[in-house]
Design a protein around this ligand. Structure first.
Ligand code: ARG
Length: 458
């Protein structure tokens, strides 16, 4: 007999039962569901809707079920559809018909909303912790590599030399904004829907404020119809998670490139790589590749939920059951990626000589040759053209900017003087960017200090 079987004359078709059931995945909400029910029944008792005895019997029953679930003693049933009805049925078996009073003044529509709010609230804080750990790992490597220079790239072509610390701190900034985004959306996660009933509220004299306080929610949903049909907070969670994954994926992509023989900038720790079943020499960066690869599915979950919601009429529709698997999978995928990225960064071995060699060779100092002329009063546009011809000359003659003699420089412009060589030294080029946010040593040191203070505060 179904909990809702009264109105029906036939048993549910077997396929329908399986098709509509969510217990296969929403059993992940078991802790949240019981926690929410405990708060609800406490309020029912305090409001006089249930007697003190009834309240106590139901509360104890719920706690017993929770213990049995934790001990792995409970098997959920598909014919009971979802976690909510499974727990309710277990309760009735545990304490008898009085267990049927738990659902007074409540619907599964506000119950499932409550469970998801509790779930996403806790997971949001976990994602923030993971993001802080990744930032700490970046800061740790940045501290070790203030004086490691490498080419910065645009269009994946060597552009200007930068300090490795500067490059790594760029990612720390991204993950810092990700934390801000989760903290901002937390305000909309931390809202209490219970009391909305199925759609319009409940005639029982419930105390929503008490439930909210018991479950440490900051505020209540002010409209019952909104409370049972709002999934915005899940869309936001998925959007935030997608962006974190995109940031992790860009970082992963660089680690993959950098650990190729062609770049040779880093070597990932053996413990974070895998081999080939055929080619004995291979050491593959599977972890960053998988992070990059799994980014697509998180983005997919975000789009899928938006698509599910886009034409739904108010209020609850069964379509909404589709909100869960994408969120659960996103939590697993993102927390896995965060948990691996931090130690992978910490254990990464940086090939500083190779980076420096690439920063020195090539034409990463070309902008500075032009800036040098501009500082001597040559219009920048003209200086740019002069240095363009200089670079072309070097390419044709197999020369470098630092290898050219002063005489050779002067053939291109008379304003060149003896100090040109020191001005295009790789450190000098980096340190010339002495602007807030720039790659000059003192600027990088203060950015590092600021980031560390910020991380210590959070
Ligand atoms: N399993 C359902 C879900 O996840 C719970 C809410 C069901 N409510 C209903 N009226 N069928 O959305």
């Amino acid at each position: 007999m179904k909990l809702w079987g009264g109105r029906f004359t036939k048993p549910t078709n077997q396929l329908v039962e399986e098709y509509t059931a969510s217990i296969g995945f929403d059993q992940l909400l078991v802790e949240e569901d019981i926690r929410g029910s405990l708060a609800h029944v406490k309020m029912l008792g305090a409001s006089g809707i249930l007697s003190p005895d009834e309240m106590e019997i139901i509360s104890n029953g719920l706690t017993t079920i929770r213990d049995r679930v934790r001990a792995g003693e409970v098997e959920f049933s598909v014919s009971l559809e979802d976690i909510h009805m499974n727990i309710e049925q277990l309760l009735i078996e545990e304490v008898g018909p009085v267990g049927g009073k738990l659902h007074t003044g409540r619907s599964r529509n506000d119950q499932v909303a409550l469970d998801m709010h509790l779930y996403v609230r806790a997971r949001t804080l976990e994602m923030i912790q993971g993001l802080l750990a990744v930032q700490k790992a970046l800061v740790m490597q940045a501290e070790a590599h203030v004086d490691t220079l490498l080419p910065g790239y645009t269009h994946l072509q060597r552009a200007q030399p930068v300090r490795l610390a500067h490059h790594l701190l760029a990612y720390a900034e991204m993950f810092g904004r990700d934390v801000e985004r989760f903290m901002d959306s937390y305000k909309r996660v931390n809202m209490m829907p219970l009391g909305a009933g199925a759609i319009a509220g409940t005639p029982f004299p419930i105390d929503r404020e008490q439930v909210a306080a018991e479950l440490e929610f900051d505020r209540l949903y002010e409209n019952s119809m909104d409370a049972v049909s709002d999934r915005d907070y899940l869309v936001e969670f998925l959007a935030n998670a997608s962006l974190v994954m995109v940031h992790l994926s860009r970082l992963s992509e660089e680690l993959i490139l950098w650990s190729s023989e062609e770049f040779g900038y880093v070597e990932l720790d053996d413990a974070f790589c895998t081999g080939s079943s055929m080619m004995p020499q291979k050491k593959n960066p599977d972890v960053p590749e998988l992070i990059r690869g799994k980014t697509g599915r998180v983005m997919g979950h975000w789009v899928a939920l938006l698509t599910t919601l886009k034409a739904l009429p108010l209020t609850y529709n069964k379509d909404m059951q589709e909100d869960k698997e994408g969120v659960f999978d996103t939590v697993a995928t993102l927390s896995g990626a965060l948990a691996l990225t931090a130690p992978m960064l910490e254990g990464m071995n940086v090939k500083t000589d190779r980076m420096r060699q690439h920063a020195e060779e090539g034409f990463a100092a070309a902008t500075d040759v032009a800036d040098y002329l501009a500082a001597k009063g040559v219009p920048f546009r003209e200086a740019h053209a002069v240095v363009g011809r200089l670079v072309l000359h070097c390419i044709q003659e197999g020369e470098t900017l630092s290898g050219l003699s002063l005489d050779a420089y002067r053939k291109f412009h008379p304003a060149f003087e003896a100090d040109i060589h020191q001005r295009i030294h790789v450190e000098a080029v980096a340190d010339a960017r002495d602007v807030r946010g720039g790659t000059a040593r003192n600027r990088v040191l203060s950015a590092l200090k600021q980031k560390k203070e910020q991380l210590d505060e959070t």
